[in-house]
Design a protein around this ligand. Structure first.
Ligand SMILES: O=C(O)[C@H](O)COP(=O)(O)O
Ligand SMILES: [Mg+2]
Length: 428
């Protein structure tokens, strides 16, 4: 072995950035050799001994593989903060989730977690609003928020889109958002949709006496255009913008977060496409890392999974994501590949459960997530037999029943929208 990066006696410094990796060496490569190559490639080294790397420089900047467990195929590496541009998520990922994922010395390699040092946290503002800010803005302090996604995903014109949003608000939704693949299509332009839908959100506020938030998707080909769309929303009096975080990319997210200082828009993070690198449990980057980067950058609400809906994600994984969104101090959990993280006062994000949910699942969702969750229903509202408004009402009724500790069946006796929802979705 060329360089001595395996250093199990090393105690990570407070200033180090620490990562946990799952490593499966390829045939003929031993575990420590694979870990050494991985640690070197993610920091200072190359495939062969380089004369430009002096022993002094190597000693100063070398990575420390301070935990090695071949049985569980786990290593932890401490990297000196000097290796990083601490305010740049793209640079950090180019190092600890960059070339190493393509190396032949490993068959599989997965970045399980990153623990950010204080010096890195100091470079970021975190969410401007986050969970407390959204509670204040919506005026809903004591229950989960109910949201919907206008369906069909794409295809409605702007007038019809605004009407579906209005019916959702009128029926009881607090939030209505665009779907991830609706941006600025010919049949439903960004400008027209934003203007008409925000107008009807205002009408629904006046009629219901509740705050109603429209979350318009600003995902666009360039940062310049996304900023322009944020400003359009601001001028129209919107409170929110939505961004498809993985397709748009980390630089875009950092750029948009800077714009929030001027536009004051709550950023809703849709995680579509994350599974391209998070789903394989043996390779890629964990969703935990994605969630942590979102909080660091300062997105306000993030899709984390549902446990009971249509997207993959075991309960323990989803709850780890929830904890990383909301806790000030996340304790280490070795069995879950979670490193300790003190968030240094960065605001919590509001976690969002979305994908394949029906009103009948609200008691389960509440028992899994508690109060601090945004529950979003697409098909679960727009497929209600009595229509969109009734679908939203059924969700609010199911939530009322749950909060009152009454069974949905009992509550449905006096609430016809819930009764119709139970008939449609409750497995008999
Ligand atoms: O963007 C989302 O989260 C999905 O569109 C949810 O839609 P669904 O409730 O119909 O699955
Ligand atoms: Mg969607």
């Amino acid at each position: 072995m060329r360089r001595d990066y395996i250093d199990t006696g090393y105690i990570p410094k407070d200033t180090d950035l620490t990562c946990e990796f799952h490593i499966e060496p390829s045939a003929g490569v031993n575990f420590e050799e694979a870990a050494t190559h991985m640690a070197g490639e993610s920091s200072i080294d190359s495939w062969t001994e380089i004369v430009t790397l002096s022993p002094e420089l190597a000693t100063k900047l070398k990575p420390h593989v301070f935990y090695v467990d071949e049985g569980s195929q786990t290593v932890r590496v401490a990297y000196s903060e000097e290796l990083f541009e601490l305010g740049s998520v793209p640079q950090v990922l180019s190092a600890v989730a960059g070339n190493i994922l393509s190396m032949k010395v490993v068959d599989n390699l997965r970045l399980q977690d990153i623990a950010f040092p204080k010096s890195m946290l100091r470079e970021f503002k975190g969410p401007k609003f986050g969970l407390p800010g959204v509670r204040k803005l919506t005026g809903v302090e004591d229950r989960p928020l109910i949201g919907t996604i206008v369906k069909p995903k794409v295809g409605l014109n702007s007038e019809k889109h605004a009407e579906v949003a209005y019916n959702s608000f009128a029926g009881g939704c607090d939030l209505v958002k665009d779907d991830e693949n609706l941006t600025d299509q010919k049949f439903n332009s960004f400008e027209k949709r934003a203007e008409l839908t925000l107008k009807l959100a205002e009408k629904a506020e006046a009629e219901t006496g509740e705050r109603k938030m429209y979350i318009c998707n600003i995902t666009a080909p360039t940062c310049k255009e996304m900023i322009r769309r944020m400003n359009v929303l601001k001028d129209l009096g919107a409170h929110y913008a939505m961004i498809d975080i993985v397709p748009a990319g980390w630089t875009a997210l950092q750029t948009l977060r800077e714009e929030v200082e001027d536009t004051d828009l709550v950023l809703h993070a849709h995680r579509c496409m994350h599974s391209a690198y998070t789903r394989n449990p043996r390779h890629g980057i964990s969703m935990l890392v994605v969630a942590k980067l979102c909080r660091l950058i300062g997105l306000d609400q993030l899709h984390i999974g549902t446990v009971v809906g249509k997207m993959h994600g075991e309960k323990h994984e989803v709850l780890n994501l929830r904890d990383e969104c909301v806790l000030d101090n996340v304790p280490a959990d070795e069995s879950q590949h979670v490193l300790a993280q003190d968030w240094g006062g960065l605001r919590p994000m509001f976690p969002v459960a979305s994908g394949g949910l029906a009103p009948t699942m609200i008691p389960d969702l509440y028992s899994i997530f508690g109060r601090d969750i945004i529950m979003q229903f697409g098909g679960g509202i727009h497929a209600h037999p009595m229509g969109t408004a009734a679908g939203a009402t059924a969700c609010r009724q199911a939530l009322e029943a749950t909060l009152e500790g009454v069974s949905l069946q009992e509550y449905a006796k006096k609430h016809k929208e819930l009764e119709a929802a139970l008939d449609k979705w409750l497995k008999k």
